[in-house]
Write a protein that binds this ligand. Sequence first.
Ligand SMILES: Cc1cc2nc3c(=O)[nH]c(=O)nc-3n(C[C@H](O)[C@H](O)[C@H](O)COP(=O)(O)OP(=O)(O)OC[C@H]3O[C@@H](n4cnc5c(N)ncnc54)[C@H](O)[C@@H]3O)c2cc1C
Ligand code: FES
Ligand code: FES
Length: 479
Amino acid sequence: MTSSNIDFVYQDRIFEIKNPDPNEILLNYIRTKLKKIGSKNGCSEGGCGACTVVLGEIKNNEINYKAINSCITFLPTLQGKQLILVEDLISKNGSLHPVQQAMVNYHGSQCGICTPGFVMSLFSMFKKKSKFKDDEIRDSISGNLCRCTGYQPIIKAAKSLKNKNKIDHFTKNKKNIINLLKKINNKSVVIYNKGKKYFAPQYVHELKKILKKNIDANFLSGGTDLSLTVTKERKDIHSIIYMNSISELNYIKNNNKYIEVGASTPLIELESYIKKYYPDFTKILRRYGSPQIRNVATVAGNIATASPIGDCLPLLLSLNAQVVLQDLKKNRILFLDDFFISYRKTKLKKGQFISSIRIPILKGNILKSYKVSKRFDDDISSVCAAFNLEIVKNKFHSVTIAYGGMAAIPKRAIHCEKILSNSLVTDEIIHKAKKALERDFKPINDMRASGSYRMNIAKNLLEKCCAEIKQKKLIGIYF
Ligand SMILES: Cc1cc2nc3c(=O)[nH]c(=O)nc-3n(C[C@H](O)[C@H](O)[C@H](O)COP(=O)(O)OP(=O)(O)OC[C@H]3O[C@@H](n4cnc5c(N)ncnc54)[C@H](O)[C@@H]3O)c2cc1C
Ligand code: FES
Ligand code: FES
């Protein structure tokens, strides 16, 4: 079924929006059309969390609750989902939700501008997690900034939730919401509005048909990059194909040789899946944006953006990952190393899309990775490094190293790799390998770091990696 209308569940009923503007931002709709002004606009770029709302989606006959940044979400992507706002947390008899009550009890709010966002992030944690461990609490609010209360009262409020009864009015009403969601979640969307087009196909074969007639359309996955064209650059996007409605592309598979990640799989799912294979991959993903970002952003989006500081990219390059491209007729598989051409340019051709990413499973190897940024959480890397090492009889056998933030594209350190491969880890070898990085990279100065600082970091991370290997502390340490 295809429709130009958007259906979503809000407050126990189905809402319909007729032919919305494809570029309309969800936060704008919430504040100006739904007239709910609890969600705030702090930055319009996903950085402060003041606009956080929660979406409910059916997964295995349950509702999966996800905190998202409504300031960088296109309204039409609401199709088939439940929208939960801070206004909806209070129950019909007027009692506060346990999360709200905890914030009151622990004085978690002063000026209040950030409070709705914090409440919604904690609400999402309350619905998803059972133990509320310290690191889960910190992670759940890592995408929310507060400039006057400070974080301790908010963290204390979150900790107090451990002992709360988890049966809230959302749990009691779950069956009803699932029934409503089932009624609306099986349609493709095609919108033509004021010269703008929006397509949300449900299947790859539909996507290909749309692509045939709309070769210049912009693919939209999580939108954590693309939406900023509208919210920050104030430009219109005239043609959008939404990829995350295609459930066929939302998967993680494993055939013992490689892990295959479908293009519309959110990073949050990869973060937990890949931990048992590559713990450092998970550690880097944990510092990737915030849960609001990782709940929607995809590896495919990260690869297609081709940003020199894309955090998945050094990891994927060092693991010799492959990217599976599809066009109307055929599939093409490229090593990621051959995919990036120059600053934000890739081998992706018009009419071609990324359908999956293959990450080799290298059982005997050690993957170590480090991200250096000004702030621990929700910050872009100054330098990100990934070292994939095979150690045989106390020697580095094969070595694959990649860095982000050191060149116009995320890039392998070929000269450095050559020095280390088939070598014992001696101080002299490490010194030579560090020196070789100067041949591999000529990093630039920008607002995040100077070129010389970047080079120093790159060398120090290499030394740190080798030191940890030598001491057999095979777990990455972050700073
Ligand atoms: C607050 C904030 C924090 C962030 N933090 C980080 C961070 O810590 N590390 C980091 O690396 N990045 C970060 N980013 C950048 C962004 O989240 C990533 O680049 C993300 O991976 C993009 O994925 P997406 O699914 O949201 O892509 P989208 O925004 O949907 O798309 C990005 C680009 O990829 C194209 N595209 C998307 N899917 C496909 C496909 N299947 N085939 C072909 N082309 C496609 C789109 O057309 C677009 O050009 C952050 C962004 C924000 C707003
Ligand atoms: S308004 Fe700052 S994250 Fe949305
Ligand atoms: S209470 Fe004022 S910014 Fe958080």
